[in-house]
Design a protein around this ligand. Structure first.
Ligand SMILES: [Ca+2]
Length: 347
């Protein structure tokens, strides 16, 4: 296993189309037992930042390695399985929370895309009585008001921030002196050192009955039994970490990657792939829109509807559009993925 670098290197100063946004959800603290806060679980407030040899606060070293990316037995866009290698990098243990994003906003005065010009964002609204339209563009919905005017973040400070566009996520990463992950980095990290497993923890969704992620239980979208303890987003690090110590790499909220989307992988062996060029980006369901890859699935993913809480799962997302189940996390690259884009046509 490669040793993590002793210090940060390579620091850069760092349509509404809701219908196109496909939807795809504990180990909650034992009653009566003091439990670590989300900050402690994520390493943000731990003392580990005191040494130059320690990881950046809140981050964990993801060792470089070679892995089989994609799946030939799931959704077509996950194929073909192909061999990929990545250098080691740091990755935040947890999704960026509302509290952390608030610190960024307080320091910079940043306004998210959804907040500008009185705009809004896409909100999942559970239909009642068989009515359609689970997704709606809600004026005034943004990270501060996740369900729109009248909603707020009270009690959700440690939930992942949502209604974040790619531009918003990039601005936060720049402020931190960090980056957004490539799809290959994200998938390698999500696999947690396992090879060819369906989930970030193995091949069973609920091993020995243990709930491993915040997904959807019930008949989506009409019935949400919240059998995992959460009907919506959950505080970060509420479910077990994967083999690399990363939380919420399945379910809870989707996460941005910097990789442009095409509805298939290249079959070529690749080293630190950055993916297609913007011009190659294509999603047949969103013609004319250059789209990026999001990973991880969300609390809206149900086994009966959208099994995208798997490392190989992927989805196209308009970079200018946030939703109520889309967030992000950051990485820190000792070696920047800079390989020239490869031709992603099947071959
Ligand atoms: Ca749930």
């Amino acid at each position: 296993m490669a040793r993590p670098p002793s210090r940060r290197l390579g620091l850069a100063p760092l349509a509404w189309a809701a219908a196109m946004v496909m939807v795809c959800g504990a180990a909650r603290a034992d009653a009566g037992q003091p439990s670590p806060t989300a900050n402690q679980r994520c390493g943000v407030t731990a003392a580990e930042g005191a040494s130059k040899d320690a990881p950046p606060p809140g981050m964990v070293w993801i060792p470089g390695g070679r892995f089989a990316m994609g799946s030939n037995s799931a959704y077509p866009e996950e194929a073909p399985v192909h061999e990929v290698s990545v250098h080691g990098f740091w990755m935040s243990r947890c999704d960026v929370t509302n509290r952390q994003f608030g610190e960024f906003v307080a320091a910079t005065g940043y306004h998210t895309v959804a907040e500008r010009d009185g705009a809004g964002s896409v909100v999942f609204i559970q239909p009642r009585d068989g009515s359609a339209g689970a997704w709606r563009f809600v004026a005034g919905a943004n990270w501060r008001q996740p369900e729109g005017p009248g909603s707020n973040l009270q009690g959700r400070e440690e939930h992942p921030v949502v209604h974040i566009t790619y531009e918003d996520a990039s601005a936060y990463a720049d402020w931190k002196g960090e980056q957004l992950p490539t799809e290959a980095q994200w998938e390698h990290a999500a696999r947690g050192g396992l090879q060819g497993k369906a989930y970030a923890w193995g091949d069973a969704l609920t091993p020995k009955g243990k709930v491993m992620a915040n997904t959807w239980q019930g008949d989506f979208p009409f019935q949400n039994t919240a059998g995992d303890g959460y009907s919506g987003t959950s505080p970060v690090a509420s479910f077990p970490a994967n083999g690399f110590g990363l939380f919420d790499m399945a379910g809870n909220v989707w996460q941005w990657t910097k990789t442009w989307y095409t509805p298939h992988h290249s079959s070529a062996r690749q080293n630190d792939p950055i993916g297609p060029t913007p011009a190659e980006s294509l999603d047949p369901r969103q013609p004319g829109v250059q789209v990026r890859v999001i990973k991880g699935g969300s609390h809206l993913c149900a086994p009966t509807y959208c099994r995208r809480y798997r490392p190989s799962a992927r989805q196209a997302q308009d970079p200018g559009l946030g939703t109520s189940h889309l967030g992000f996390r950051t990485v820190l690259n000792p070696v920047m993925p800079a390989q020239a884009a490869v031709n992603h046509r099947p071959g």
